[in-house]
Design a protein around this ligand. Sequence first.
Ligand SMILES: NC(=O)c1ccc[n+]([C@@H]2O[C@H](COP(=O)([O-])OP(=O)(O)OC[C@H]3O[C@@H](n4cnc5c(N)ncnc54)[C@H](O)[C@@H]3O)[C@@H](O)[C@H]2O)c1
Length: 269
Amino acid sequence: MEYYSHYKIDSWSDGEIMSSDKINFSGQVVLVVGAASGIGRSTAELIQSRGGTVVLADFDNSGLASLQKKLGLGDSHVKNVNLGDQSSVQALITSVISDHSQIDALINTVGVTGPTNTKTEEMEWAAFERTVTINLFGTIWLTQAVLPHMKAEKYGRIAHVTSIAGKEGNPGMHAYNTSKSGMIGFIKGVAKEVATEGITINALAPAVIRTPMNTVTSGETLKYMLDRIPMGRVGEAEEAAEMLAFMASSACSFTTGFTFDASGGRATY
Ligand SMILES: NC(=O)c1ccc[n+]([C@@H]2O[C@H](COP(=O)([O-])OP(=O)(O)OC[C@H]3O[C@@H](n4cnc5c(N)ncnc54)[C@H](O)[C@@H]3O)[C@@H](O)[C@H]2O)c1
């Protein structure tokens, strides 16, 4: 009894202070890949507002420049990368380590939709391959490149954005579904491999979020997805950012290999 009351006083009162500290990023370098737009942009803004040193990466230089200006960042905080090119991904990680010495958290929000509303037998291979290369291989290459640095620090947080499409599959989006479910499987295995090394790696699976990405989704596919959201609305980039900020923080210490949901109730698993 005494033990419990002692535990309560020390852990609960400290715990409350600690939990607000744990979502603060002071002293941490957080690399946000896909930061030029949408979910990545909102996440970078949120992490900086919570004290983090953010490094923005994307292949859209004008999107990067506008966020750089908004956040008042120096040039060493802005990196061009093509996630469809392994050497570009490796160069990104090398460059961030060289400029900032560490990467405490990696958040990867890059994603391309690829073909939508396409029958299996009509899939065009180059478009399929491009989608899988950027979404899935890009995720793998980023993880491979950052892990040695996190292992050396015995600390790291990795958060990749997958999709409801990777859990449930959207008709006509075969390349996207394949890439996003591949990410989920990859992340589960890596999580177990590094579980004792202070590193967590998780995924976020949003349903429809209001970002520029959906401007290229066909009306039919968009209706299919919206009809399945019990909350009856699209999500906002800021809502996804909140989840990613948690996954990238030291507060996310006992969950790894998991796919968090952000689907307005569509996926309750
Ligand atoms: N918006 C949604 O409804 C939704 C739903 C489920 C999952 N997602 C996922 O969320 C993530 C973020 O999407 P978003 O909605 O913010 O989209 P977005 O298009 O606004 O942002 C994606 C970013 O990725 C960058 N990018 C694309 N290809 C790249 C490449 N080869 N190299 C480097 N950068 C590249 C783009 O320039 C852009 O800044 C994606 O992984 C997407 O699949 C989005």
